[in-house]
Design a protein around this ligand. Structure first.
Ligand code: GLY
Ligand code: MN
Ligand code: MN
Length: 423
């Protein structure tokens, strides 16, 4: 694996202008409240290029007259600090393990930066860095003419997943599959959304997934119509559906899966009509995925299909072309068809190239497909039987040379599969 990180650094170096210095900081601990912190999560770009999991660290890239150097700065080993906060790898071990040219201690960063910046023309750093770090980076950059965004290059590289990345996403999805199947099985035995959430997240942790990839949504009935519902504190009501958007993160790689299941284990006729309409759209959009397709084409097609489906079920009334033109379907399908996924659930990779042109799908990209329909309980313009139902179905798709591979294949999705598991 260390070699894969080194190869990524070499590729990044090849993209930098000559006479450049690039700097990339690790993540920081984030305060939850007062003196308690969230568990540490490494900055994804930093992890992608180093595999190093400590805070207070930094990567520096130097490129001068085609000669390159990569320097890793790590926190000093300190017995007292380590007693409270855990062991640090330290300079010596880091040098042995990571295939960088030099390793220094983090407290030497400023001194070193001062000398590195002499005679450089370009400085690359993350443009979304907090101001205190930007100030630190720019402090010695007096002779530097051009400031460039390092993220752009790293995130472009992150668009195409390697085999080892795909394997980790698959592993995350195999755990997420078990969690969703357990949820289908036991929903009817539980009383509250948070109980179901805890059962799902238990499966994540029990199987070695460090964390969820995002806060789980477990939304029963009308709660599913709040797109970012995360309070998960309402009762599970017999006869209603539960929208579960939950995926684990395994060794830094995300999974992102939504299933919508009946509390009782059995869909009502109205629920089934809506569900199968959304499912047919999801399957058709997945079928479209292959190299050279645009994400915007998938978006457009999903809107057309959902608009037609809504007319067929009497949710929208009127002429298809006029309704589509007015974007009437947006009221019930207000979000995008999907997003890049990888080290982040919403992978920070570009959707447009440097000329502003949309990036076409290419083998190695991973994208979610997640059409949905959300009908508020008080929407009297819709047949009563559909009110208070929110449905989303989401899978994670790898673009391949010949088309695509559904990485989440096997997670129960048809009415029949879901009803059978819940028996
Ligand atoms: N779970 C976040 C999303 O589906 O985009
Ligand atoms: Mn998603
Ligand atoms: Mn999701």
């Amino acid at each position: 694996m260390e070699l894969e990180y080194k190869n990524r650094r070499d590729i990044l170096l090849s993209k930098l202008h000559d006479n450049s210095l690039a700097i990339l900081f690790s993540g920081d601990y984030k305060t939850r409240s007062n003196d308690t912190e969230y568990p540490f999560r490494q900055n994804s770009n930093f992890y992608y290029l180093s595999g190093f999991m400590e805070d207070n660290s930094c990567l520096v890239f130097l490129k001068k007259e085609q000669k390159t150097e990569v320097i890793l700065f790590v926190e000093k080993k300190d017995k007292t600090k380590e007693l409270w906060s855990g062991k640090r790898l330290g300079k010596k071990e880091a040098k042995k393990r990571f295939l960088v040219d030099k390793v220094y201690e983090y407290h030497d960063l400023e001194m070193k930066l001062q000398s590195y910046m002499i005679m450089q023309e370009n400085l690359y750093y993350s443009f979304n860095l907090e101001t205190s770090k930007v100030d630190r980076v720019k402090k010695y950059a007096k002779g530097i003419n051009t400031l460039l965004n390092l993220n752009y290059h790293v995130e472009n590289m992150r668009l195409l997943k390697s085999q080892s990345e795909i394997d980790l996403i698959k592993k995350a999805l195999s755990i997420t599959k078990n969690a969703h199947h357990k949820a289908i099985k036991i929903a009817k035995t539980l009383q509250y959304e948070y109980e179901l959430q805890s059962e799902i997240e238990y499966v994540f942790k029990k199987n070695g997934a460090y964390s969820d990839a995002y806060t789980s949504i477990v939304a029963c009935g009308n709660s599913a119509n709040t797109l970012h519902y995360i309070s998960n504190d309402k009762k599970l009501v017999d006869g209603e559906l539960i929208l579960i958007d939950a995926g684990c993160e395994y060794k830094y790689y995300a999974s992102d899966i939504t299933r919508t299941i009946p509390v009782s284990g059995k869909f009502s006729d109205a629920q089934k009509e809506l569900y199968e309409m959304v499912l047919s759209v999801e399957l058709k959009i997945i079928e479209m995925i292959k190299p050279k397709i645009k994400r915007s084409s998938l978006q457009k097609k999903s809107e057309e299909l959902l608009c037609k489906g809504m007319i067929k079920l009497g949710i929208l009334k009127g002429d298809y072309k006029k309704l589509l033109k007015k974007k009437a379907h947006k009221k019930y399908y207000p979000h995008g068809i999907g997003h890049w996924m990888g080290l982040d659930v919403h992978d920070e990779c570009p959707y447009k190239d440097e000329n502003g042109k949309e990036i076409l799908l290419q083998a190695g990209m991973v994208m979610t497909i997640e059409p949905g329909i959300y009908i508020d309980e008080n929407d009297t313009t819709v047949p009563k039987k559909y009110r208070g139902i929110g449905i989303r179905i989401e899978d994670d798709i790898l673009v391949t040379l010949s088309g695509h591979e559904n990485l989440s294949q096997g997670i129960a999705k048809s009415v029949k599969e879901i009803e059978e598991i819940s028996l």
